[in-house]
Design a protein around this ligand. Structure first.
Ligand code: GTP
Length: 414
């Protein structure tokens, strides 16, 4: 069994702008889906990889923002040594790896997993590792298929059907080259990864010496600067998976990500979930579904100290945070309700994300619309928003601390 380490690329405050207003209060990687921060779910998957005992979070957030999570994760995953390595500025998706190469390589791991922090998926890490062991390339990129019209938003990979070599890698091409794209999850041979990044670094320095305009920034990008050249030399392989996968870019994508995580709770070892969070399934299955009381349509995450009136109906695909109060006759479906929010009687929240400490008054309604194809319009309320009695908010983005006294549709309420 090879030894390995993992690097989670968590970015920094200048990243995740499309996730606003949800990233105004919490860094995107720590936003809660399925009742836990996005990156907590990747730690669950990594904690099951044999021969892996260290996970390094690399990003450029202030330590004070990330360290509380690291402390909590250390308790949740005692078999993993988890550390945060801060870049002094954004070094790019390969620059941070290279800057911290000595720490990452310490102990001579055979392999390095590299994970983007804005994806959730079925985490087929054992399958990825098995595939990686079948070739002698530098690395394996996990690839997923997306609709052809979506391809240009991703890193597009042309895969040799015989050898599984990634023949071409083009980040956000103008025209689709294939329907396989980079899923943001890689496994590299440790020594070869750093020599490939060094080559990319030298090539970049040479380019900027020739043409100072060409690459004046400090960033080194894993995708364009490292993977693209590797593909053209046949040293990059692609592991194509049909495992479910969601990339969290816009705030709206948190709704399908939440659903994906909740669906996986049915098969995840419930004792792991209960270890730190004695809530979830235990509560929704054993308590709620057997007695008369709120009707819970699974899957849902309901924090143990949320209060839900017996006449409310919740689910499917709902995550409810700590201190939330849901009153008489409320209906909540396909939504994330963050901590300390109150839904007063007969209010309704559908396809929405409700920020912390919001107040939804009686008979008010906050809703988005179901997913059609890959398009979804959701309603998002920032922190501390109040929606007054009988007001209907439909597919709006509402910035923090607003008092909504009139109904609105398809608006950004500043
Ligand atoms: P955009 O569409 O422009 O957002 O690009 P993308 O989808 O390819 O994502 P991007 O390459 O910006 O980021 C991929 C992952 O790397 C995300 O999890 C980011 O948080 C992370 N990331 C991006 N830039 C940096 C960086 O400079 N340093 C570190 N450590 N992480 C980064």
């Amino acid at each position: 069994m090879p030894t390995s380490k993992a690097v989670l690329l968590i970015g920094g405050p200048s990243k995740g702008t499309r996730f606003r207003p949800l990233s105004l209060d919490v860094p995107k990687p720590l936003f809660s889906v399925g009742g836990r921060p996005i990156i907590w779910h990747s730690l669950v998957a990594l904690s099951h990889v044999e021969g892996l005992n260290e996970v390094l979070l690399v990003g450029f957030y202030d330590e004070s923002v990330i360290n509380p999570f690291v402390k909590e994760a250390a308790r949740d995953f005692p078999n993993l040594n988890i550390r945060y390595l801060r870049e002094f500025q954004s070094l790019g998706t390969a620059g941070g790896l290279y800057h911290y190469r000595d720490i990452i390589s310490k102990g001579n791991p055979d392999q390095i997993f590299v994970l983007h922090s804005d994806i959730v998926c079925g985490w087929p890490l054992a399958e990825l590792q098995k595939f990686h062991g079948t070739h002698r390339g530098v690395g394996t990129v996990m690839a997923v298929k997306v609709p052809r019209e979506e391809v240009t938003k991703f890193g597009c990979i042309v895969i040799d059907p015989q050898t599984s070599q990634a023949r071409h890698y083009v980040e956000k091409p103008e025209e689709p080259l294939s329907d396989s794209v980079n899923a943001g999850l890689y496994l590299f041979d440790a020594a070869l990864l750093f020599s490939s990044i060094r080559d990319a670094m030298e090539a970049k320095v040479a380019r900027s010496a020739e043409d100072p305009e060409s690459s004046s920034d400090e960033q080194l990008r894993l995708e364009q600067d490292v993977l693209s050249p590797l593909a053209s030399t046949g040293k990059l392989y692609a592991y194509q998976t049909t495992s479910p996968w969601v990339q969290i870019k816009s705030a709206a994508s948190a709704i399908p990500a939440n659903a994906l995580i909740l669906a996986s709770y049915k098969t995840t070892n419930p004792s792991l979930l209960r270890r730190r969070s004695p809530t979830i399934l235990a509560k929704s299955r054993a308590d709620y579904s057997k007695k008369k009381g709120p009707e819970i349509v699974e899957p849902c995450f309901i924090h143990e100290d949320a209060q839900i009136d017996d006449t409310a109906k919740i689910g499917p695909n709902v995550s409810i945070g700590s201190g939330v109060k849901i009153g008489y006759g409320c209906r909540v479906k396909e939504s994330i309700i963050l901590d300390d929010t109150t839904l007063d009687k007969n209010s309704c929240v559908l396809y929405s994300i409700i920020g912390e400490n919001c107040k939804i008054a009686p008979w008010a309604r906050v809703e988005g619309a179901p997913l059609v194809g890959d398009k979804q319009s959701i309603a998002i309320l920032g922190k501390d928003v109040s929606v007054l009695k009988e007001v209907h908010i439909r597919s709006c983005i509402v910035l923090p601390s607003k008092n909504l006294s009139r109904s609105a549709k398809n608006e950004v309420l500043l």
